[in-house]
Design a protein around this ligand. Structure first.
Ligand code: GLC
Length: 411
């Protein structure tokens, strides 16, 4: 009897011990943007959980725009909230988050397999502060069917684009058809709106943290965009147009040319699109005599400094930023790869043939200023672009205000 009791005791102790182990499971939470296919990331996380028994990863998704996500994450991180272990961050934010002490480093991480531009974006003062999730850049989308109909080649300069837009809109005689849609609202995308023609003139805005403002180039950039409105190539209320408005209008067949990020392509091919199979993608045009320039986008994974599971969170991020996952997201979610090698993968090219040309665009795209005070820099640029397009200020006054405000921030 006694022995039996002892045995039962030992067995239940063992059972308790084993349940104890099961209870020691790690629960991680990752913040993902709702606009960037959380349902496909879920599949990747399911695979991760299967390979790592004892780890469960929950998704918190939110914020349909870069601004909304930043607002939310700033609140969470300012409160030193430990509920998020991993956060997806717009490429413009790792420097700010690292400076605020909101992320922890990936010490010793070899970044050489990533596209150099992302290795750079995630390395701040020699430390790897986040790892790439997916790449992005701004592209020129165009109605291939309409360009073919009028025997027009995709424009390489903004002047060619204006001519093409005028010919096509006149020929189509559809009052709802816009020549060009771009982002004029005071949102993050409008920073790129300003920088595209500015960069195209061979100018830089910030180097080594110091302002390098070329007023003449700034006036030309602002005048170019305002000129599109004045010529009727872009619609009058372009100052109200945000990224997803451009995407929706193009998708509804109301736009000949659109400036937008890579996410738009997938929507254009979708079941709700009226332009599926009729869309071309090209490099953004240059100013006359200038170079074709794109704005670098992309998203990164950072580990929260307040996470109580640092090692597990870093392990997860290493997996999520691996070449295998980059390929999976390219094939299944049309997110641009962060590894040069993945662009030439046959399965990727089958799923998204235009990625073959997208690589060179991403590689040569220019980064918005890297500074811990990026939020303020962004605010100055986007509100000025918006004010000029709304007719509230002239390109000359806008450029002058931009310069003095940026000087105060980047002293
Ligand atoms: C895209 C880009 C990101 C950019 C944002 C602006 O998501 O990847 O870098 O800041 O659009 O809306």
């Amino acid at each position: 009897m006694k022995l039996n009791k002892l045995l039962i005791g030992a067995v239940s102790a063992a059972l308790l011990w084993s349940t104890g182990v099961a209870e020691a499971e790690t629960d991680l939470k990752i913040f993902l943007s709702s606009q960037h296919r959380p349902e496909i990331w879920r599949k990747v996380l399911d695979q991760y959980e299967a390979k790592n028994p004892g780890t469960k990863v929950a998704i918190e998704s939110g914020g349909n725009t870069s601004e909304l996500q930043a607002q939310y994450l700033n609140t969470v991180m300012s409160a030193k909230d430990s509920s998020l272990d991993v956060m997806i961050l717009d490429v413009i934010r790792p420097a700010q988050y690292a400076a605020a002490g909101w992320t922890t480093d990936f010490a010793g991480k070899d970044m050489s397999a990533f596209l150099p531009t992302y290795a750079e974006a995630n390395t701040v003062s020699g430390k790897v502060v986040a790892l790439p999730a997916f790449a992005d850049a701004m592209f020129l989308y165009y109605r291939k069917d309409l360009l073919d109909k009028y025997k027009i080649a995709p424009p390489k300069t903004w002047d060619e684009l204006v001519k093409a837009a005028e010919t096509i809109t006149k020929g189509e005689n559809d009052p709802e058809l816009q020549g060009l849609s771009f982002q004029g609202k005071a949102i993050e995308g409008a920073v790129c709106t300003f920088l595209l023609p500015y960069w195209s003139q061979g100018k830089t805005l910030v180097s080594d943290g110091k302002l390098n403002f070329d007023k003449d180039a700034a006036v030309k950039s602002l005048s170019l965009w305002k000129g599109f409105v004045d010529k009727g190539v872009a619609k009058k209320n372009i100052a109200e147009v945000a990224t997803d408005d451009t995407r929706k209008e193009f998708q509804a067949g109301k736009v000949v040319f659109a400036v937008n990020w890579s996410y738009a392509w997938n929507h254009f091919q979708g079941a709700e699109s009226t332009v599926s199979g009729k869309v071309g993608v090209a490099r953004l045009p240059a100013v006359p005599g200038g170079e074709q320039a794109s704005c670098l986008g992309g998203w990164e994974f950072g580990v929260s400094a307040y996470s109580t599971h640092q090692d597990e969170a870093r392990k997860l991020v290493n997996y999520l930023s691996s070449a295998d996952v980059s390929k999976f997201m390219a094939v299944n979610a049309a997110l641009l790869p962060t590894y040069g090698s993945v662009y030439s993968d046959p399965e990727v090219l089958k799923a998204a043939p235009w990625f073959a040309d997208a690589k060179a665009v991403v590689e040569t795209a220019k980064a918005r200023p890297v500074t811990p005070r990026y939020n303020e820099v962004s605010e100055v640029i986007r509100t000025t672009v918006n004010a000029v397009l709304a007719g509230a200020t002239t390109p000359e006054d806008g450029a002058a205000q931009m310069e003095s405000r940026l000087r105060r921030i980047l002293r």
